[in-house]
Design a protein around this ligand. Sequence first.
Ligand code: GLA
Length: 392
Amino acid sequence: MTDNSEYKKAINQHVVETLQQQFQRKYGQKASVIEHAPGRVNLLGDHTDYNQGFVLPAAINYGTNVAISARTDDIISVYALDIENDHVEFSLTDTSLDTEHSWSNYVRGTLLQLKQSFPEICGANVVVSGNVPQGAGLSSSASFEIALLKAFTKLYRLNLSGVDAALIGQRAENDFVGCNCGIMDQLISAMAMADHAMLLDCQDLTMRHALIPDELTVLVINSKVKRGLVDSAYNERRAQCEAVAQHFGKASLRAVSLEELDRERNAIECILYKRARHVITENRRTTQMYTALNNKNFEQISSLMAQSHLSLKDDFNVTVPETDLLVSIVADVIKHRGGVRMTGGGFGGCVVALVPNNLVAEVIAAIERKYFKQTGLVAEFYPCIATQGAFT
Ligand code: GLA
């Protein structure tokens, strides 16, 4: 564990001061509340959450900050500093999607849901700013939703738990934005424990925490492949999984074993069989990874992450040649001393590597030597620290 508390305090103070200055400039008064929620990286268990399965994410030191003060009417005014100071204003009762300022739909959807649970809330002046790379699969939108919910919770003294905040964020995505995501991103952003990864059972939302071994650096590498048509492909994967569960008369794939699936192999369309095989085997790998982290079993970590990547590539078809290439470059350097795989929804975005601390520079050098030459893209590196959730 690195002792980064002084450094973190200095950074936080800087962020708070900058946000306060901006807030003062926009609204002529100080914000009464400033809250932060982290993005996340998933160490293992992708496309399992919406199948009631297991995931193993950690919150990261990249996140979203929301500065806010109360209004007496029901108007929400929001400035997005990172989107060229874009500004939207709407009423809390307005239920329409905004196609021009699509980022604002996360605010609209989240607050519509919040208002249903807490009809007493009024409007607010809001300024938002963050540093989670957009569209990289590190949950910039979930961290936005959770930061907003935490800020409203404090501002209006709401009795809202982290788990309920996560469920509100998920409903905003499912029912308003139109992405049928699972609960992982919002829940880890709200409930993470610093220095730990969380084994979350998405069926009953029980959480267990595993210390990330000191010997390993969580290195996230952005392929810089822009993810196109992500929501429709994502929703299609979800529908395919649900079709298989339905074939078995089960509520979700969580209730289907590999043996049962194999027995029905000929009765299921090949592509659906592969989707389900990924989910069922990924669940097993995820619980094993939790144990491997606790036991500091680096060889097993390496093998589980490698198997996960292959399964996401060959059975779930959500990797791209660029993330496959990054994984193979990293694996060549670290061998069985750490692990590497794509992370998040896929279709581009990032890979996550658990790299022995003394090999980080070598991994970065290898990627810089090979990745641009083969793809014409410049990868970005984010060495991450596992941070605390907004509600913990
Ligand atoms: C996205 C979704 C999550 C999860 C991952 C894949 O990040 O928001 O709910 O399904 O993809 O594991």
